[in-house]
Design a protein around this ligand. Structure first.
Ligand code: NDP
Length: 322
């Protein structure tokens, strides 16, 4: 079978389209015939070595497809089932293996592209808005990179919970998309100082929560945009990591909270995984959560997908089709 492998860490050119053996499932595992692969920022960190994995490896964590075979001890899934996974292993391939307890069945009404697009970024938007800082209608939230994969879904979920939502984006085209997702106010942060805009829009109060995936370029101003006792939810680092900070800064800026969450810790139990996945997949199925899937590449062109994502050229989800 074909698979995209990393033999040494580095740039997108290190993604190699290899011929490898079809994997067979061990105890508790399921083999999936992959129909659509979700590309995520974490894949670029695995590729570059920022989050190191043992070399060589097949890259990718998210996919949707059909169960090909099951290993000993698996009773919850059978060959032919339509499934998706957000924390799989080696999903940039024609077949991949996943522990059965991390697999989710997708509704018949949902196509594989939607399944692969919804899982990781959808469940991320879900835990950020429902659990890390549970939003209510009296809250105002600021969502950075509002036209991104997580961003467009997070805006929709914040609005679903009744909050007032500001979004930042880099271009006019992205501003249109963020507005279309429901953002009440959109700030072009490449041109405008977003803290001044937040001050203006909140009469100097600040926002209750900033969902910040950009990190290095936004972190300080995100802290400065918070209301007293506000939450900075730093969940990514698309512009690079934040330097170490002195906790006293949280005190002087208004008894602020800072957290650095990750999806795995909010889907650690089967119950929590099923809760978030079923909410997201049901909302996509009933049309109340809209996926944007304009960026699709063939599996052989995974390097181009990474270049586009890292080059800020994409909006919504990036998919690979084997
Ligand atoms: P996006 O689709 O949001 O792509 C990244 C976006 O970040 C760009 O489109 C761009 O939007 C913005 N950006 C700002 N500065 C830069 C820069 N210097 N280089 C590149 N992009 C920049 O990606 P995802 O939705 O896949 O992921 C967003 C972030 O969330 C990532 O950092 C990812 O690691 C993290 N994440 C964290 C999770 C968690 O559980 N902690 C789970 C899922 C994702 P613009 O042009 O509008 O500025």
């Amino acid at each position: 079978m074909k698979a995209v492998r990393v033999h040494e860490s580095g740039g997108p050119e290190k993604l190699v389209y290899d011929e490898v053996e079809i994997p067979s499932p061990g105890a508790g595992e399921v083999a999936i015939r992959v129909e659509a692969v979700g590309v995520n920022y974490i894949d670029t960190y695995h590729r570059s070595g920022l989050y190191p994995l043992d070399l060589p490896f097949t890259i990718g964590v998210e996919a949707a497809g059909v169960v090909e075979s099951v290993g000993p001890g698996v009773s919850a899934f059978s060959p032919g089932d339509r499934v998706a996974v957000a924390d799989g292993d080696g999903t940039y391939a024609e077949y991949c293996l996943t522990p059965a307890d991390r697999l989710i069945a997708i509704p018949d009404s949902l196509d594989f592209r939607s399944g692969a697009a919804a899982m990781l970024q959808g469940m991320t938007a879900h835990y950020l808005s429902h659990s890390t800082f549970p939003l209510r209608s009296e809250h105002t939230a600021l969502v950075h990179a509002g036209a991104g994969g997580v961003g467009l879904l997070l805006i929709q979920m914040c609005k679903r919970l009744g909050a007032r939502v500001f979004a930042t984006v880099s271009t006019d085209e992205k501003a249109e998309l963020a507005r279309g997702a429901g953002a009440d106010e959109v700030i072009l942060y490449a041109r405008l100082d977003f803290k001044s805009e937040v001050d203006r829009l909140t009469n100097g109060r600040g926002v209750d929560v900033v969902y910040d995936s950009v990190a290095r370029d936004t972190f300080e101003m995100s802290l400065d945009s918070l209301a007293l006792r506000g939450y900075l939810v730093l969940y990514g680092q698309s512009s690079g990591p934040v330097p170490p900070i002195d906790p006293r800064e949280l005190n002087t800026k208004g008894s602020l909270f800072l957290t650095r969450p990750k999806l795995g810790d909010y889907t650690a139990s089967r119950k929590e995984l099923e809760w978030r996945a079923s909410d997201v997949l049901n909302w996509v199925s009933d049309g109340s959560l809209t996926l944007r899937m304009e960026h699709e590449f063939s599996l052989a062109d995974a390097a181009d997908a990474h270049r586009a994502l890292e080059g800020r050229k994409t909006t919504g989800k990036v998919l690979l089709i084997p």
